[in-house]
Write a protein that binds this ligand. Sequence first.
Ligand code: ATP
Ligand code: MG
Length: 650
Amino acid sequence: MRPTAIDALLQETRVFPPSEEFKKQANVNDPKIYEEAAQDYLAFWARCAEMLDWFEKWHTVLEWNPPYAKWFIGGKLNACYNCVDRHVKTWRRNKAALIWEGEPGGERVLTYSDLHREVQKFANVLKSLGVRKGDRVCIYMPLIPEVVIAMLACARIGAPHSVVFGGFSAEALADRINDAQAKVLITADGGYRRGSIVPLKRNADEALKNAPSIEKVVVYQRLGTDYNAPMTPGRDLWWHELMANAPLVCEPEPMDSEDLLYLLYTSGSTGKPKGIMHTTGGYMTGVTVTTKWVFDLKDEDVYWCTADVGWVTGHSYIVYGPLANGATCVIYEGAPDYPDRDRFWAIVEKYRVNILYTAPTAIRAFMKWGEQYPKKHDLSSLRLLGTVGEPINPEAWMWYHEHIGGGRCPIVDTWWQTETGAIMITPLPGIVATKPGSATRPFPGIFPEILDDAGNPVGIDRGGYLVITKPWPAMTRGLWGDPERFKQTYWSKYEGIYFTGDGARRDSDGYFWLLGRVDDVINVSGHRLSTMEVESALVDHPAVAEAAVIGVHHEIKGQGIAAFVIIKEGYTANESLKDALKQHVVQKIGAIARPDQIFFTADLPKTRSGKIMRRLLRDIAEGRALGDTTTLADPAVVQALKEKYEGQEE
Ligand code: ATP
Ligand code: MG
């Protein structure tokens, strides 16, 4: 028998084919697309690249010197032109591009023409501050239309942006500015989150004490004149004052297909964040075609991706992908539970949102709060739902399907990474029947494989390491300033093959099931268990909203299983529930996966993008000092958990 990398034990048999009605109207509904792409993936991607407007066409589709790929060589284009200018030349010029809602209330609608004007003016502002093609610009803003304007203005003049999520601390911001050696910082006086003010400018000032590369700071006035943001004369400038005098016209810079569009730091779930580089032609091709096909995006749709632009999901599926398609995008500044836990559903109802793309972490919070919140609103406008960020537990998928999708909306569970740039494994909703918890099939032209340690394919229903065997246009071109780490992290496990760091299995229909990160795999008496499967078995119990599972040292088994469990409102945490949960896991997966310890908790340590950080749970369980915590959403959660854990230990 071949060595398996991960045992895959959890089975799921429910299947949801697309309705005839959905199929008929879908942007892609002919399964031949998969074969065509597999037969000649270069021709396939070249056809996808035609969805963009090029100033000059490429002469060579791909040059592949692993780990470095060049796509659409010789091609010239501009990302901002593709997202804005080309729509202004059509009937879309007065179509809503962004519909923004502020957390404390307030809404703004920007048409493509508005965007065109504002972006050109701000591009001229950047030029007047000395920003030239190739200079890095750091953006640290709340989720307001100006953050999109700033990104597109950078793209217009060829200055790579580095967006830092507005929830990050001064220290995290300084690290990222220094790593990128950014010249200009764009920020705001502050933003709103859960009813409080986030003092962005004060954080930025703190960061700038240790970030000497920044020459100028542009400050957007979000909070207003009553809030006196500190301004340093000579360095800090108000957005509105600069814009008042900015010329209206700024021609887009013709960029080489391989010129850097942006760099962006990963979530830091597994360690210190990495500065991922994305270039122009390949990246834009990947995000444009995936947005159109995966979300089945139509011109008349209202599309809402709930991510922040500070994450890759925001880059690819709020800004570049949807705008390249001329979409109408909702953006919401604040928290899902402010002023109440029905805020998302109120927004869906108000703007008649058709396509909703969110994360499992949010869905599990909605489950915990209860279905009475979505029930208060008319969600009948929704026709497609998406998820990204973590594996989705089958029960969370079912909840999303029933309580948000009204049982009628296809769900696209999209697997991808900051490094992959665009969606890689996903259903095409007019073709592929979905199964709860499976990301289903690779996008056409993408070639994933599941390997064991020795590099052999693992076979049906066996867990292993998810890799990508051929290059794809939106793949990262490397880590900013760290080619060694790039090779080490992704290209050293297997020769010439991209190693994702995630585990997966494939079923007899060829569907992919993501098993979580390989760093998190638990080894119980020689069985390699995926955290995802044990967690999903726990979430399958009616009392459980969310669970995080880790391996802890065990005298006999090598590792035992510790589960940190969040229960739904209305249930009581007690010893008998612990026993019931252990029994439930045994029933779903088998005795091998029986948790040794269960800890009830109100919160789990998560990255600011909402991913569970199991490595910190391991640090807690094994009594170690905590590893890198700079990307943690709320440091108080880990501290409280650490104390509780140490107090509870038998
Ligand atoms: P770091 O690489 O710094 O540890 P990160 O991996 O969390 O951070 P991202 O690039 O934001 O940073 O996240 C990509 C990861 O998110 C994937 O490798 C995978 O583990 C997880 N992921 C994303 N979407 C899905 C999905 N649909 N199903 C399963 N896992 C997913
Ligand atoms: Mg990662």
